[in-house]
Design a protein around this ligand. Sequence first.
Ligand SMILES: [Fe+2]
Length: 329
Amino acid sequence: MHSRIASLILLHALVGVVVAQSLTIYSGRGEALVQPLVEQFTAETGIEVSIRYGGTAELAVLILEEGRASPADVYWGQDAGALGALSQAGRLMQLPTDLTAGLPGIYTSRGGLWIATSGRARVLAYSPERVDLDRWPASIFDLAGAAYAGRVGWAPTNGSFQANVTAMRMVHGEDATETWLRDMLANDVQAYRNNTTLVEAIAAGEIDFALTNNYYLLRFLVNDPGFPVAQAFFDDGDIGNLVNVAGAGIVDTSRNLEAAQRFLAYLLETDSQSYFTDEVYEYPVVPGVTPNERLVSYAALLGASPDVDLDVLEDLEGTLELLREVGLL
Ligand SMILES: [Fe+2]
């Protein structure tokens, strides 16, 4: 009798696997970007997708809080630090090697627990009218110098800025990072709400330089080719040129493994990769997909980027503590 019930349950479970191809995604990426892509995925595969949108860090924390009861199959965020935090907590599943193979070194989790889906770079935006390129700063550390007093803007509450500070702590140490933050404040650095207002502030003449991500200026230039802001990297390898990623992983408690793997593979397909670079000016992670013509070349990006293991960016808490300590948050 018991074995009969057991086999009925087993049969039910098997039918469930075949019939109920569905997927729940927690997305720190915005709805405008994600929705068209997911609709296409459902059209191609028949897999129904439900999506919970939120902040990249916030959704990673939610998965940790939900524990084994989390309904999330896939986590997709726009900061390697949040992916690192989930990896560290054992909440991401080992991915099949055919998913991770072929991704360039700056775009992989060394543990094989997540894949980058696109790359974004930190840059220094500037006013071509007011900045003398012959005296371009070699390093982000130079911005604490007298030549930049009152001329630089940053966005301390922004996740990409915070990831950059985390990378600085990991590569240059706590003391050097704290000193730089305090020196910047003493140098009258201007704080802005986000990356968009930073770029606008250069155009408005409020500041001459801004620490931002590569794609914000490109959005302005599409609408106004004469927009009076430009951007460039620091010297090759400088921590101010950090290349961060948007990336995705499969939550360890997922019961829809096959659908989750199909979705991750779908994000690496040529069409998806072209969509990211064409729509939001990020770098493709798959060789052979041409970056948007407004981006600097892939070779230039690889040359500029510092050698940072993206898996070490998980200590956001330590960065927030430091930013609070120096009075930035
Ligand atoms: Fe952004």
